[in-house]
Design a protein around this ligand. Sequence first.
Ligand SMILES: Nc1nc2c(ncn2[C@@H]2O[C@H](COP(=O)(O)OP(=O)(O)OP(=O)(O)O)[C@@H](O)[C@H]2O)c(=O)[nH]1
Ligand SMILES: [Mg+2]
Ligand SMILES: [Zn+2]
Length: 343
Amino acid sequence: MDLSELGWNDALIKAFEPWRGQGLRPGRVIRAHRGTWDVQMGEEVLTARIPGSTWKKARGPRDLPAVGDWVVVKAAPGRRPLIRDVLPRTSVFTRKAAGGREKEQVIAANVDTVFILMGLDGDFSARRLERYLTATREAGSLPVVLLNKLDLCEHPQPMIDEARRVAGPATVELCSALSPETLLLLEPWLRPQATICLLGSSGVGKSTLTNLLLGEQRQQTGAVRDKDKKGRHTTTHRELVLLPSQALMIDTPGMRELGLWEASAGLDQTFPELQGLIGQCRWRDCGHGEEEQGCALWAAMTAGELERDRLEAFLLLSEEVSERGRKREEAIRLVKKGRRKKV
Ligand SMILES: Nc1nc2c(ncn2[C@@H]2O[C@H](COP(=O)(O)OP(=O)(O)OP(=O)(O)O)[C@@H](O)[C@H]2O)c(=O)[nH]1
Ligand SMILES: [Mg+2]
Ligand SMILES: [Zn+2]
């Protein structure tokens, strides 16, 4: 595989310039394991690790390679290949790691477009869609909403309307990952060298869609449970694959939860109707509670300029992000006092 097929371009050539001539080569991370990364380097795939000094210097998972990253690799015969550096990213999609841990997790890097999949078979949720849209915009990628399993849904219209209401300028498409027509529908985003990441709950059809776009059954898929239509977490790792259209696709394991890590720009773009109101409350430290005197947000809601569910969703997501910030500051304070290991 040619590097240009993987998305190697002028900006990357420039970023790689300082490394040229030192026996180092560029490659793209196509799979991440615990502590090793599979890097596509032209035809061959090398399994590389990172030097101890990189582990030590890393302030968090953002400083480590992720699927989609362009990396600088030192490969000598008889030696384990080493990733010496990660080239600058155009975008990075992260979330709060699942479970109780206060940790960021990188899902993918250098993603142009995120296909946010929601199933029309009972999976659809406007609130979850807002969350996915916020994270995608925060990452610096373009969201496209795909309402999948159209063939299983008799009355999709209310969900389409709802999706369009919260998606703002993002395109909302209806599709069936089993139908060849979907290929044509998605063509505008499947440009050569474009990187697309699939996101959505388990069982929503991410791997089925990948197979349709691949034109072969390469990714494993699994039937949803009868009783609640939930998936069985069939895909267990993220992987970047080259499609016949020459676009690059990252299939991902279904998410149980998508906790926001940072999201200021993402929230601004996902809740544009609120932007003119923030900072307009009577008190600078307004907590934006419904009973608060002089809260501009709730005043706008009462005046019919804002919808209650949107305002409540915004406040919930903002609170989640602030809470994360508070915990992070607390953790940094403890690290400085030498009481805790690195975050
Ligand atoms: N009827 C119908 N079934 C679909 C469609 N898309 C996916 N499925 C089915 O839904 C089930 C789950 O699909 P997968 O592609 O494995 O789902 P996934 O999103 O990759 O799930 P995880 O890997 O667990 O995250 C499979 O049985 C698919 O055949 C669709 O558009 N219509
Ligand atoms: Mg899958
Ligand atoms: Zn307020």
